[in-house]
Design a protein around this ligand. Structure first.
Ligand SMILES: [Zn+2]
Length: 219
């Protein structure tokens, strides 16, 4: 029987990708990456709770060296940008070198070594406007790469690739995804900061869908 891996940060996009795809792609394993980002602890805790909820295996992969080769605000002491900025500023400020490429290739090794057929990623239309490694083109090219770099040839699937955040929350409601478990903030506080770009996108989408109840829990 085919089975799949999910790249899980615990953020809205990866959580909803899991909720939408868990049955169709028989997701059995979630990989969460700790690369020294400000919110690493919160992301690991959220991902663990999400895996417990869906009863799938959870693995944390440590990438200690990644923060040493970049100074973007996700990992450095620099202040995170606040508000919704233009894509160029955002991408530059929170860019982590080859992050999705690296994560997908690590998942590709798990797939190749342990016989997984699918790798799910939360790439979507809204993030794709800012980050080129969140686009359909990128996913296609990684799939082409796996034809050569793996024997298993796992398929990367992005169930949310045509959706913006508003649609993603709609999908979450449709699939009864436990949104109270998400952690979508770039900062490291106990609750969502409500000021960073990731928080604002989440908050706006929740508001548009009448989900004030989740806003109360998360912020
Ligand atoms: Zn935040």
């Amino acid at each position: 029987m085919s089975k799949g891996i999910i790249l899980l940060s615990g953020g809205l996009d990866s959580l909803v990708s899991l909720g939408v795809g868990i049955e169709e792609y028989n997701i059995k394993l979630a990989l969460t990456f700790d690369y020294g980002q400000k919110s690493a602890m919160q992301e690991k805790n959220a991902s663990k709770a999400i895996c417990d909820y869906y009863k799938i295996q959870h693995k944390v992969i440590k990438l200690d060296w990644l923060k040493d080769i970049t100074h973007t605000s996700l990992v450095s002491d620099d202040k995170l940008p606040e508000g919704l900025n233009n894509p160029e500023i955002s991408a530059k400020s929170v860019w982590v070198p080859n992050r999705n490429g690296l994560f997908l290739n690590i998942a590709g090794s798990f797939a190749d070594g342990e016989g997984y057929d699918y790798i799910l990623i939360g790439a979507n239309k809204e993030e794709g406007m800012t980050f080129p490694d969140n686009t359909e083109d990128f996913i296609k090219r990684v799939n082409a790469e796996f034809e050569y770099s793996t024997r298993k040839k796992p398929e990367v699937i992005a169930p949310l690739i045509n959706f913006d955040k508003n649609d993603i929350v709609k999908q979450a409601l449709k699939y009864a995804v436990p949104l109270e478990l998400t952690r979508s903030c770039y900062a490291g506080g106990e609750k969502h900061c409500g000021k960073c770009e990731s928080c604002l996108r989440l908050k706006n989408a929740l508001l548009k869908n009448g989900c004030e109840n989740y806003i109360e829990v998360l912020f």
